[in-house]
Design a protein around this ligand. Structure first.
Ligand code: MEV
Length: 331
């Protein structure tokens, strides 16, 4: 008799305080998990379905990669509180939750390191490039630092790909208030990472900008340790300008960043850019929310310190938002 027991896991979204794009080249980054999650339930079934419909694995590269050793049909149900293509780690969170549910269903060992390998593998399969930063943040939750010198005693794992190495460490971030503003424009990570890479290959100036992002990130790390919100905020705004020079901001992101600045210590795009979200560090969250919404964005105050990937007692109830997929779908 086929077991039809549900296995359900969820993983948090994330936002990058400092260091996106530069981290792809092995530079430091600082990331926090947020209180918005993707939940994924699976159970054996006579046919493969996703949220009740036939699943086309060619259009769902994360599912295709993560189920590569699953030789029986399943029902997959997802529900998401993380806007897709917004820089908040929706595809890494989906991958982490699906990887955990599959491992539990198969009775395989589940540990953070193997889940990061699975989730990062799915990200690379779907988008073709990138660092293990998002996968690490969505698996571990709370806060992580990447390639932070001197964080060795909090090291979680080291991942190497080609000539790049990412040393991921656990990070405590003091209580700070962040507001996320979503432009509502979906942008895929892969093409933006490619754009920066091409710019760096053709122009040494872009490499200098990436070095400066690395320096700003390390200064930001020290500001976090001192709980110095003014310094951290001004470094975030500087990072936004550097990311704009790299060509990954857009008018809508700049509009939301500029609208937040009068009520913030600092603000910047977060994630891969090109649309998606910005984040502001503030003591006046409602004013920032109002300013973002007056410019057509969707805003909410972030709660940080969320758990990483975990099993859940009740199955996902179906989509609140689209599940993330690669754009355009890879065949
Ligand atoms: C996307 O959330 C962050 C990037 O740095 C890409 C990556 O690290 O994989 C733009």
């Amino acid at each position: 008799m086929m077991s039809s027991e549900w296995y359900t896991a969820s993983a948090p979204g994330k936002f990058v305080i400092l260091g996106e794009h530069a981290v792809v080249y092995g530079k430091p980054a600082i990331v926090l998990a947020v209180d918005r999650r993707i939940t994924c339930s699976i159970r054996r079934s006579p046919r493969n379905t996703l949220n009740g419909e036939y699943i086309d694995f060619n259009r769902q590269p994360h599912f295709r990669y993560l189920t590569r050793d699953v030789h029986y049909a399943m029902d997959y149900v997802t529900s998401s509180e993380i806007p897709p293509g917004s820089g908040m780690g929706s595809s890494a969170a989906l991958s982490a939750a699906l990887a955990m549910a599959i491992r539990e269903e198969r009775g395989e060992p589940v540990d953070e390191r193997s889940l990061v390998d699975e989730a990062y593998g799915a990200e690379l399969f779907a988008q073709g490039n990138g660092s293990p930063m998002d996968a690490s943040a969505c698996v571990h939750g709370k806060g992580i630092g990447v390639n932070i010198p001197g964080a060795g005693d909090r090291e979680l794992w080291t991942i190497t790909k080609g000539d790049r190495t990412w040393r991921v460490s656990d990070l405590d971030v003091p209580d700070m208030t962040f507001v996320i503003g979503n432009t509502g424009i979906r942008a895929a990570t892969g093409p933006l990472v490619d754009k920066v890479r091409r710019y760096m290959q053709s122009n040494h100036f872009a490499c200098d900008v990436v070095e400066e992002i690395a320096a700003v990130t390390l200064m930001g790390y020290n500001a976090i340790r001192r709980n110095d919100v003014e310094e951290l905020g001004s470094l975030m705004t500087r990072d936004h300008k550097l990311l704009s020079i790299l060509g990954v901001s857009c008018r809508e992101l700049n509009k939301l960043v500029n609208a937040s600045l009068p009520y913030s210590y600092g603000a910047k795009l977060t994630g891969s850019g090109g649309g998606g979200c910005m984040v502001a560090l503030t003591d006046e969250p409602q004013k920032v929310v109002d300013a973002i919404e007056a410019r057509g964005g969707t805003a909410y105050v972030v709660k940080t310190g969320s758990d990483g990937v975990r099993m859940e007692p009740t199955p996902a109830s179906g989509p609140l938002m689209d599940i993330p997929m690669d754009y355009p779908p890879r065949q």
